[in-house]
Write a protein that binds this ligand. Structure first.
Ligand code: MUC
Ligand code: MN
Length: 373
């Protein structure tokens, strides 16, 4: 049998509307931009992947435009002619020719896994060693910017049994205003929901010392990235003093970051994101570091659409412990789909398909309609 080779890599920028503005400390999303990757192989198999970030360059070092350009100019030519089924060799080559660029690499690794799964008739989770569950609990982010509207949204999610974990995006407003907002929402929801916050690095240590204590004392379960990733010693001190666990998100931009956080004792929970580690296989290396260190895990998102969400989900369902569940709700924030069958959310869970590859097919007509020209 001759091995299939990678013949062509195509990238498309897709702009999709959101159900409402989504306010994060650094950026308000009015729409979401996905980079869709198609890897065509010599055996006729096509793999699909997604490289998505938030707010252009507001969140990380890669933008949709730079991701597309770097794949087109550097990563795709390096992959051309390589054996399609040898994902180790392909990703080693990319690591050799490109520093960082984990978002771009994540979409490519996802597409190669999708192709190999389709080729072998196996779900990506099976390629990753096999699943230990079929579905994942999914949190919802309350980020309308309005307390009453956030409470109404949470009540609706509880009613329809879609989410019972809520993450509140704070940090942009004065600290006391944010604390009042969070405490009001926790009071309204009580024990019916887990309430967590994500500060997206917007506090300094002096603000965070007091705020983390107040949040913990008022029943907030988890505090995500309260201070800057660059303030490592501050993170260590907060991790020791906060009554609520501290989760690292922006602090992890690579597998090596995860190791150094563990060595320093800078967080007791890690947000796992395929985009920040370089793909579904790379994120599992970070998960293994956490497991060995006794750090708890959470399945994070960069607000990807269906493809990036399921690429993440196939990795996360192979994990033994996922103490803090996931936030794989990206497709639910979008009003439009570019796949033929959207991911299934039911009874607080995302159900992960067992069909070959990621278990998704592109809807060509809708893709054409939303692709940026
Ligand atoms: O975690 C982040 O910082 C980014 C993202 C995840 C959920 C959400 O609403 O925003
Ligand atoms: Mn975060």
């Amino acid at each position: 049998m001759t091995h299939a080779v990678i013949e062509r890599v195509e990238t498309l920028i897709v702009d999709l509307p959101t159900i409402r503005p989504h306010k994060l400390a650094m950026h308000t999303l009015q729409q979401q931009t996905l980079v869709i990757i198609r890897v065509r192989c010599s055996d006729g198999v096509e793999g699909i992947g997604e490289s998505t970030t938030i707010g252009g360059l507001a969140y990380g070092y890669e933008s949709p435009e730079s991701i597309k350009q770097n794949i087109d100019a550097h990563l795709a030519p390096a992959l051309k002619g390589m054996e399609a089924g040898n994902i180790n060799a392909a990703m080693l080559k990319l690591d050799k020719i490109a520093k960082g660029n984990t978002f771009a690499k994540s979409g490519l690794e996802s597409a190669l896994l999708d192709a190999q799964g389709k080729r072998l008739g196996l779900a990506v989770s099976e390629l990753l060693g096999g699943r230990v569950r079929d579905s994942l609990e999914v949190a919802w982010t309350l980020a309308s910017g309005d307390t009453a509207r956030d409470i109404a949204e949470a009540e609706q999610m509880l009613d329809i049994r879609r989410h019972r974990i809520f993450k509140l995006k704070i940090g942009a407003n004065p600290v006391d205003q944010d604390l009042t907002h969070v405490i009001a929402i926790k009071k309204a929801l009580g024990d019916r929901a887990s309430v967590r916050v994500d500060v997206n690095q917007y506090w300094n240590e002096s603000q965070a010392l007091r705020a983390c204590r107040i949040l913990g004392d008022n029943g907030v379960d988890l505090i995500e990235q309260p201070i800057a990733r660059t303030n490592r010693s501050g993170q260590v001190r907060l991790n020791q003093s906060s009554p609520a666990p501290i989760m690292a998100d922006e602090s992890i931009e690579s597998v090596e970051d995860a190791l150094s956080l563990v060595i320093d004792g800078a967080a007791s929970v890690f947000a796992l994101k395929i985009a920040k580690n370089g793909g579904p296989r790379a994120v599992l290396r970070t998960a293994q570091i956490a497991e060995a260190a006794g750090v708890a895990l959470y399945g994070g998102t960069m607000l990807e659409g269906a493809i990036g969400t399921l690429a993440s989900a196939h990795a996360f369902i192979t994990l033994n412990q996922l103490t803090w569940a996931t936030e794989l709700f990206g497709p639910l924030l979008l009003t439009e789909e570019i796949v033929t069958e959207p991911p299934v959310y039911r009874d607080f869970q995302l159900h992960v398909p067992r069909t070959p590859g990621l278990g998704l097919a592109l809807d060509e007509e809708r893709l054409r309609r939303f692709a940026r020209r």
